[in-house]
Design a protein. Structure first.
Length: 306
């Protein structure tokens, strides 16, 4: 209920820019330009957690961008999902381009299989308090932006928390890694969905990279990990199994996910998995091509690794 009421008030009532405070607009032209993707770059946290995929960010987590992300996440400014999703889509495109150039797993992608955006999930308590899952909502907007640009994409909300974790806000990098170690898992039946296309882990913000690294670990483990035969989902899974795995909770985000993608996308496999199967054994493995976020710590942009 909170979701549709917030959407309605955003449309009817005059407001101010959530980035800079300019009157009578949800996000002004200048703040939209900051999120426009012109500054998309590869980013590195220091220290870099083990297993972190290559990460691209659309903007630095500061000033207007920070204000907009906090407004969307904590104050329910749901109208911001569109521009934030467009920024995330820019980062996803940059990550896919680099992966294809480097000869990584995405090199087998021919542009027809859907890019699978897997959001880092918020905890259940946080979702109840906020009334929505911010990263998941932004991921859905990013998938829509990618499809409008001719890139097939869909969101797979297959990651789940298997234990409670502490609030990350007051923790340093090492404490965050310890706090999240082993905290995520792939929902039952979800691993089979991850062979339909290249997998990209997405989130709204990267600070230490611990959440992205843990998400990537859980996804790789679901498929047996690189170098381990993957046979648990060797055959296509039913549409009912897909729905049970991905759409566990009834929310705006879960209903929207059910409307995205065809049955072929939900049960098919992308061409690249066959080469991976030959390299690793009788079946495909699940690996993460890259990660993408709307924003990252400003320090992570200033590291040059040529």
């Amino acid at each position: 209920m909170r979701g549709w009421w917030q959407d309605l008030t955003d449309l009817v009532l005059p407001g101010e820019c959530e980035g800079c405070g300019a009157p009578r607009t949800v996000l002004c032209a200048r703040c939209r330009a900051v999120l426009g993707g012109a500054a998309v770059r590869r980013v590195w946290p220091v220290p870099e957690p083990p297993g972190l995929p290559v990460v691209h960010a659309a903007a630095a987590y500061a000033d207007e961008v920070r204000a907009a992300l906090l407004a969307h996440k904590e104050r329910g400014a749901l109208a911001l999902a569109g521009p934030l999703g467009a920024a995330l889509a820019h980062a996803v495109r940059a990550g896919l381009r680099e992966a294809c150039r480097s000869g990584a797993e995405a090199a087998g992608w021919d542009g027809r299989a859907p890019v699978l955006l897997v959001p880092v999930p918020s905890g259940r308590r946080a979702v109840r308090a906020r009334g929505h899952d911010p990263a998941r909502r932004i991921a859905l907007a990013a998938a829509a932006d990618l499809r409008r640009g001719g890139v097939p994409a869909r969101v797979l909300g297959v990651l789940r928390h298997r234990r409670a974790v502490a609030d990350q806000s007051g923790l340093n990098s090492r404490q965050r890694m310890d706090n999240l170690a082993g905290a995520l898992t792939v929902a039952s039946g979800g691993a089979g969905l991850l062979t339909a296309g290249p997998v990209v882990v997405v989130d709204d913000v990267m600070t230490t990279g611990a959440s992205l690294a843990e998400a990537a670990r859980a996804l790789r483990e679901a498929g047996g990990g690189p170098g381990v035969p993957y046979g648990a989902a060797a055959g296509p899974i039913s549409n009912d199994a897909c729905t049970a795995a991905v759409y566990g909770g009834e929310s705006w985000e879960s209903r929207e996910e059910q409307n995205v993608g065809s049955r072929r996308e939900r049960t098919g496999r992308w061409p690249g998995w066959q080469g991976m199967a030959g390299a690793y054994g009788a079946g495909p493995v699940v690996d993460v091509v890259c990660a993408a976020v709307v924003a990252a710590s400003p320090d992570s942009f200033r590291i040059n690794r040529n």
